[in-house]
Design a protein around this ligand. Structure first.
Ligand code: K1U
Ligand code: ZN
Length: 177
């Protein structure tokens, strides 16, 4: 398993509608393993394929919060929200592609998601709490949408400027961006 570099906003690959995955292959299993490794290394609670430069509809997540609880790594291929609650919840979201920036985003409090698992089986599950926030944030990535797209333009521009500067500084330091 390999930790892959995470793309930093702004990057056109983070604004792209990702293609559906046509079949479960060994390459896809390797990608999912690498994404989980990259997510835990960051650390984060989710990661979408475009964040590592792969424009395919795959996400991983593990939003287990309880200290000492068993991890629950999940891989969702071609995920779709098939139901969303009318009740909304607000969470101070972050993003591994927008380091150290947080903002409140309002989303449905619960969602039912359908996806294909790595063994090819069809799965469906209702998510609530942080899991619901995370899965919606990751599906947004697959649609080329970032959490800052929910913010007022001025705040979004301020964060984008900070990220442009971060990328410039990292490039000067010789970090691959
Ligand atoms: O998609 C991503 O960029 C990952 C992102 C997911 C996410 C966070 C918060 C709300 C919705 C979605 C992150 O994991 S940011 C890092 C983070 O939240 C975290 C890191 C360590 C421990 C706990 C949380
Ligand atoms: Zn993100």
């Amino acid at each position: 398993m390999t930790v892959r570099p995470i793309l930093i906003h702004p990057d056109p690959r983070l604004k792209t509608l990702c293609r559906p995955v046509p079949a479960i292959t060994d390459d896809l299993r390797r990608l999912a393993d690498d994404m989980l490794e990259t997510m835990y290394d960051a650390p984060g609670i989710g990661l979408a394929a475009p964040q590592v430069g792969v424009l395919a509809r795959v996400l991983v997540m593990d939003a287990v919060k309880e200290e000492g609880a068993a991890p629950r790594p999940m891989v969702l291929v071609n995920p779709e929200v098939v139901w969303a609650s009318e009740a909304r919840s607000i969470y101070d979201e972050g993003c591994l592609s927008i380091p150290d920036q947080y903002a409140e985003v309002e989303r449905p409090a619960e969602v039912t998601v359908r996806w294909t698992a790595l063994d090819g089986s069809a799965q469906e599950e209702r998510f609530a709490g942080l899991w619901a926030t995370c899965v919606q944030h990751e599906i947004d990535h697959l649609d080329g949408r970032l959490f800052i797209d929910y913010l007022k333009p001025l705040k979004r521009q301020m964060i984008t400027r900070k990220m442009v500067k971060l990328k410039r500084d990292r490039a000067r330091e010789g970090v691959k961006v």
